[in-house]
Write a protein that binds this ligand. Structure first.
Ligand SMILES: Nc1ncnc2c1ncn2[C@@H]1O[C@H](COP(=O)(O)OP(=O)(O)OP(=O)(O)O)[C@@H](O)[C@H]1O
Ligand SMILES: [Mg+2]
Length: 251
Protein backbone atom coordinates (compact mmCIF):
# COMPACT_ATOMS: atom_id res chain seq x y z
CA UNK A 1 0.00 0.00 0.00
CA UNK A 2 1.04 3.58 -0.65
CA UNK A 3 0.97 5.77 2.41
CA UNK A 4 -0.78 9.13 1.98
CA UNK A 5 -0.59 10.47 5.52
CA UNK A 6 1.77 9.34 8.27
CA UNK A 7 0.79 10.03 11.85
CA UNK A 8 3.73 9.68 14.22
CA UNK A 9 3.59 9.79 18.01
CA UNK A 10 0.71 12.23 17.99
CA UNK A 11 -0.30 13.66 21.36
CA UNK A 12 -2.99 16.26 21.82
CA UNK A 13 -4.22 18.20 24.82
CA UNK A 14 -7.25 20.40 25.39
CA UNK A 15 -5.79 22.65 28.10
CA UNK A 16 -4.41 20.16 30.63
CA UNK A 17 -6.45 17.21 29.61
CA UNK A 18 -4.77 14.81 27.21
CA UNK A 19 -7.13 13.63 24.51
CA UNK A 20 -4.88 11.77 22.06
CA UNK A 21 -2.13 9.55 23.40
CA UNK A 22 0.83 8.68 21.27
CA UNK A 23 -1.03 7.78 18.10
CA UNK A 24 1.03 6.32 15.29
CA UNK A 25 -0.66 5.16 12.12
CA UNK A 26 -0.32 5.32 8.34
CA UNK A 27 -3.29 6.33 6.22
CA UNK A 28 -3.17 4.44 2.90
CA UNK A 29 -3.68 6.22 -0.40
CA UNK A 30 -6.92 5.70 -2.34
CA UNK A 31 -8.44 3.52 0.34
CA UNK A 32 -11.15 4.09 2.90
CA UNK A 33 -9.90 4.21 6.48
CA UNK A 34 -12.53 4.09 9.23
CA UNK A 35 -12.04 5.47 12.75
CA UNK A 36 -14.24 3.72 15.28
CA UNK A 37 -14.55 3.74 19.05
CA UNK A 38 -16.90 4.81 21.84
CA UNK A 39 -18.11 8.38 22.27
CA UNK A 40 -15.40 10.68 23.56
CA UNK A 41 -12.46 8.45 22.57
CA UNK A 42 -11.00 11.13 20.29
CA UNK A 43 -12.16 10.21 16.76
CA UNK A 44 -13.28 13.71 15.80
CA UNK A 45 -10.20 15.21 17.40
CA UNK A 46 -7.94 12.89 15.43
CA UNK A 47 -9.64 13.45 12.08
CA UNK A 48 -9.56 17.22 12.67
CA UNK A 49 -5.80 17.03 13.16
CA UNK A 50 -5.40 15.84 9.59
CA UNK A 51 -6.28 19.21 8.08
CA UNK A 52 -5.47 21.30 11.13
CA UNK A 53 -9.04 22.09 12.01
CA UNK A 54 -7.99 22.02 15.68
CA UNK A 55 -6.02 25.22 15.08
CA UNK A 56 -9.15 27.22 15.70
CA UNK A 57 -9.73 25.67 19.14
CA UNK A 58 -8.30 27.68 22.04
CA UNK A 59 -6.10 25.72 24.40
CA UNK A 60 -5.54 22.88 21.97
CA UNK A 61 -1.94 21.70 21.83
CA UNK A 62 -0.48 19.17 19.45
CA UNK A 63 2.82 17.30 19.67
CA UNK A 64 4.24 14.73 17.31
CA UNK A 65 4.16 14.62 13.56
CA UNK A 66 1.68 14.35 10.77
CA UNK A 67 3.44 13.88 7.47
CA UNK A 68 1.51 14.61 4.32
CA UNK A 69 3.58 13.77 1.28
CA UNK A 70 6.60 13.65 3.61
CA UNK A 71 6.04 17.22 4.87
CA UNK A 72 5.06 17.91 8.48
CA UNK A 73 1.72 19.71 8.26
CA UNK A 74 2.28 21.30 11.68
CA UNK A 75 5.64 22.85 10.89
CA UNK A 76 5.88 26.60 11.39
CA UNK A 77 5.78 27.73 7.78
CA UNK A 78 3.25 25.14 6.59
CA UNK A 79 0.63 26.55 4.25
CA UNK A 80 -2.67 25.76 5.95
CA UNK A 81 -4.80 27.12 3.11
CA UNK A 82 -3.20 24.86 0.56
CA UNK A 83 -3.34 21.94 3.02
CA UNK A 84 -7.12 22.37 3.40
CA UNK A 85 -7.44 22.58 -0.36
CA UNK A 86 -5.81 19.16 -0.65
CA UNK A 87 -7.53 17.70 2.38
CA UNK A 88 -11.24 18.51 2.29
CA UNK A 89 -13.78 17.84 5.00
CA UNK A 90 -17.42 16.84 5.23
CA UNK A 91 -19.20 17.24 8.55
CA UNK A 92 -21.79 15.33 10.53
CA UNK A 93 -24.67 17.67 9.77
CA UNK A 94 -25.08 18.70 6.15
CA UNK A 95 -24.10 22.38 6.05
CA UNK A 96 -24.80 23.79 2.58
CA UNK A 97 -24.54 27.55 2.16
CA UNK A 98 -27.91 29.32 1.84
CA UNK A 99 -27.30 29.75 -1.87
CA UNK A 100 -28.18 27.87 -5.03
CA UNK A 101 -26.91 24.37 -5.73
CA UNK A 102 -24.70 25.81 -8.47
CA UNK A 103 -23.27 28.50 -6.17
CA UNK A 104 -22.53 25.98 -3.42
CA UNK A 105 -20.24 24.03 -5.71
CA UNK A 106 -18.76 26.93 -7.65
CA UNK A 107 -17.92 28.73 -4.40
CA UNK A 108 -14.55 27.06 -3.75
CA UNK A 109 -13.20 27.35 -7.30
CA UNK A 110 -14.40 30.99 -7.40
CA UNK A 111 -12.56 31.70 -4.16
CA UNK A 112 -9.48 30.35 -5.89
CA UNK A 113 -9.92 32.99 -8.56
CA UNK A 114 -11.77 31.09 -11.27
CA UNK A 115 -14.23 33.36 -13.09
CA UNK A 116 -15.02 31.69 -16.42
CA UNK A 117 -18.68 30.68 -16.22
CA UNK A 118 -18.27 27.83 -18.73
CA UNK A 119 -15.43 26.27 -16.75
CA UNK A 120 -17.41 26.70 -13.53
CA UNK A 121 -20.40 25.01 -15.19
CA UNK A 122 -18.16 22.09 -16.09
CA UNK A 123 -16.83 21.82 -12.54
CA UNK A 124 -20.37 21.91 -11.14
CA UNK A 125 -21.45 19.16 -13.50
CA UNK A 126 -18.42 16.98 -12.82
CA UNK A 127 -18.67 17.40 -9.05
CA UNK A 128 -22.37 16.55 -9.08
CA UNK A 129 -21.69 13.48 -11.21
CA UNK A 130 -18.88 12.37 -8.91
CA UNK A 131 -21.16 12.76 -5.90
CA UNK A 132 -23.99 10.81 -7.57
CA UNK A 133 -26.28 13.82 -7.53
CA UNK A 134 -26.34 14.99 -11.15
CA UNK A 135 -29.41 13.02 -12.20
CA UNK A 136 -31.39 14.52 -9.33
CA UNK A 137 -30.09 18.07 -9.69
CA UNK A 138 -29.27 18.90 -13.31
CA UNK A 139 -32.58 20.68 -13.90
CA UNK A 140 -32.62 22.65 -10.64
CA UNK A 141 -29.08 23.96 -10.36
CA UNK A 142 -30.26 27.47 -9.59
CA UNK A 143 -32.68 26.52 -6.85
CA UNK A 144 -31.73 26.98 -3.21
CA UNK A 145 -29.70 24.21 -1.60
CA UNK A 146 -31.81 24.68 1.49
CA UNK A 147 -34.79 23.18 -0.35
CA UNK A 148 -33.33 19.73 -1.04
CA UNK A 149 -33.45 16.69 1.24
CA UNK A 150 -30.92 16.05 3.99
CA UNK A 151 -29.35 13.18 2.06
CA UNK A 152 -29.09 15.33 -1.05
CA UNK A 153 -27.63 18.16 1.02
CA UNK A 154 -24.95 15.82 2.34
CA UNK A 155 -24.07 14.67 -1.20
CA UNK A 156 -24.00 18.35 -2.17
CA UNK A 157 -21.49 18.97 0.61
CA UNK A 158 -19.40 16.12 -0.79
CA UNK A 159 -19.73 17.68 -4.28
CA UNK A 160 -18.63 21.01 -2.83
CA UNK A 161 -15.58 19.33 -1.31
CA UNK A 162 -14.78 17.59 -4.61
CA UNK A 163 -15.04 20.82 -6.63
CA UNK A 164 -11.66 22.03 -5.44
CA UNK A 165 -10.04 18.73 -6.43
CA UNK A 166 -8.76 17.55 -3.08
CA UNK A 167 -6.66 14.43 -2.68
CA UNK A 168 -8.03 13.41 0.69
CA UNK A 169 -11.59 13.65 1.98
CA UNK A 170 -12.25 13.58 5.71
CA UNK A 171 -15.74 12.70 6.85
CA UNK A 172 -16.88 12.88 10.45
CA UNK A 173 -20.01 10.74 10.81
CA UNK A 174 -21.39 11.88 7.45
CA UNK A 175 -24.48 9.67 7.68
CA UNK A 176 -25.56 10.13 11.27
CA UNK A 177 -28.26 12.66 10.35
CA UNK A 178 -29.58 10.57 7.45
CA UNK A 179 -32.16 7.84 6.95
CA UNK A 180 -31.10 4.34 5.81
CA UNK A 181 -31.77 5.01 2.12
CA UNK A 182 -29.76 8.23 2.05
CA UNK A 183 -27.08 6.48 4.10
CA UNK A 184 -26.92 3.71 1.55
CA UNK A 185 -26.38 6.24 -1.24
CA UNK A 186 -23.53 7.91 0.63
CA UNK A 187 -21.95 4.53 1.35
CA UNK A 188 -22.02 3.62 -2.36
CA UNK A 189 -20.60 7.01 -3.13
CA UNK A 190 -17.73 6.56 -0.67
CA UNK A 191 -16.85 3.17 -2.16
CA UNK A 192 -16.66 4.90 -5.56
CA UNK A 193 -14.68 7.87 -4.30
CA UNK A 194 -11.70 5.74 -3.35
CA UNK A 195 -10.90 5.18 -7.01
CA UNK A 196 -9.64 8.76 -7.03
CA UNK A 197 -9.41 9.90 -3.44
CA UNK A 198 -8.10 8.87 -0.07
CA UNK A 199 -11.01 8.78 2.36
CA UNK A 200 -10.94 8.87 6.16
CA UNK A 201 -14.30 8.40 7.85
CA UNK A 202 -15.45 8.47 11.46
CA UNK A 203 -18.41 6.23 12.10
CA UNK A 204 -20.38 4.86 15.01
CA UNK A 205 -21.94 2.32 12.76
CA UNK A 206 -19.98 -0.92 12.87
CA UNK A 207 -21.78 -2.38 9.86
CA UNK A 208 -20.93 0.74 7.93
CA UNK A 209 -17.26 0.48 8.82
CA UNK A 210 -17.15 -3.15 7.77
CA UNK A 211 -19.10 -2.48 4.55
CA UNK A 212 -17.15 0.43 3.21
CA UNK A 213 -13.70 0.62 4.74
CA UNK A 214 -10.47 -1.12 3.78
CA UNK A 215 -8.71 -0.31 7.04
CA UNK A 216 -10.14 0.25 10.50
CA UNK A 217 -8.62 1.98 13.49
CA UNK A 218 -10.14 1.33 16.92
CA UNK A 219 -9.59 4.13 19.40
CA UNK A 220 -10.31 3.94 23.10
CA UNK A 221 -9.67 6.62 25.72
CA UNK A 222 -7.43 8.55 23.35
CA UNK A 223 -5.28 5.56 22.43
CA UNK A 224 -5.07 3.64 19.21
CA UNK A 225 -5.84 0.16 20.46
CA UNK A 226 -5.78 -1.68 17.17
CA UNK A 227 -5.38 -0.81 13.51
CA UNK A 228 -5.38 -3.02 10.47
CA UNK A 229 -7.32 -4.40 7.56
CA UNK A 230 -11.03 -4.05 8.24
CA UNK A 231 -11.69 -7.73 7.68
CA UNK A 232 -9.06 -8.68 10.24
CA UNK A 233 -10.23 -6.14 12.82
CA UNK A 234 -13.80 -7.41 12.56
CA UNK A 235 -13.13 -11.11 12.12
CA UNK A 236 -10.14 -11.71 14.33
CA UNK A 237 -9.24 -8.73 16.48
CA UNK A 238 -6.04 -9.13 18.48
CA UNK A 239 -7.13 -7.13 21.51
CA UNK A 240 -9.87 -8.01 23.93
CA UNK A 241 -11.07 -4.39 24.09
CA UNK A 242 -11.56 -4.34 20.32
CA UNK A 243 -13.45 -7.63 20.50
CA UNK A 244 -15.69 -6.28 23.25
CA UNK A 245 -16.40 -3.09 21.36
CA UNK A 246 -17.20 -4.60 17.98
CA UNK A 247 -19.46 -7.20 19.54
CA UNK A 248 -21.40 -4.42 21.23
CA UNK A 249 -20.38 -5.22 24.80
CA UNK A 250 -19.71 -1.53 25.45
CA UNK A 251 -19.73 1.79 23.68
N1 LIG B 1 -13.01 21.83 21.91
C1 LIG B 1 -12.80 21.04 22.95
N2 LIG B 1 -12.37 21.53 24.13
C2 LIG B 1 -12.15 20.72 25.19
N3 LIG B 1 -12.31 19.39 25.15
C3 LIG B 1 -12.72 18.84 24.02
C4 LIG B 1 -12.99 19.62 22.84
N4 LIG B 1 -13.39 18.79 21.85
C5 LIG B 1 -13.38 17.56 22.38
N5 LIG B 1 -12.97 17.57 23.66
C6 LIG B 1 -12.82 16.41 24.55
O1 LIG B 1 -11.91 15.50 23.96
C7 LIG B 1 -12.37 14.16 24.09
C8 LIG B 1 -12.53 13.53 22.72
O2 LIG B 1 -13.56 14.21 22.01
P1 LIG B 1 -13.93 13.88 20.52
O3 LIG B 1 -14.97 14.84 20.11
O4 LIG B 1 -12.70 13.83 19.72
O5 LIG B 1 -14.52 12.41 20.67
P2 LIG B 1 -15.29 11.48 19.63
O6 LIG B 1 -14.61 10.17 19.65
O7 LIG B 1 -15.41 12.18 18.33
O8 LIG B 1 -16.73 11.33 20.30
P3 LIG B 1 -18.19 11.20 19.61
O9 LIG B 1 -18.27 9.80 19.14
O10 LIG B 1 -19.12 11.46 20.74
O11 LIG B 1 -18.29 12.21 18.52
C9 LIG B 1 -13.66 14.23 24.87
O12 LIG B 1 -13.37 13.99 26.21
C10 LIG B 1 -14.13 15.65 24.67
O13 LIG B 1 -14.88 16.09 25.74
MG1 LIG C 1 -17.03 12.93 17.21
Amino acid sequence: MNVKIQIKNLNLWYDKSQCLKNITMDIPEKKVTALIGPSGCGKSTLIRCLNRMNDIIDGCNVEGQILYEKEDINKKNANVVSLRRKIGMVFQKPNPFPKSIWENIAYGPKMQGLKDKKILDKIVEKSLKDSALWDEMYDRLHQSAMGISGGQQQRLCIARALAIEPEVILMDEPCSALDPIATNKIEELIINLKKKYTVVIVTHNMQQASRISDYTAFLYLGKLIEYGKTKEIFEKPQMETTQNYITGRFG
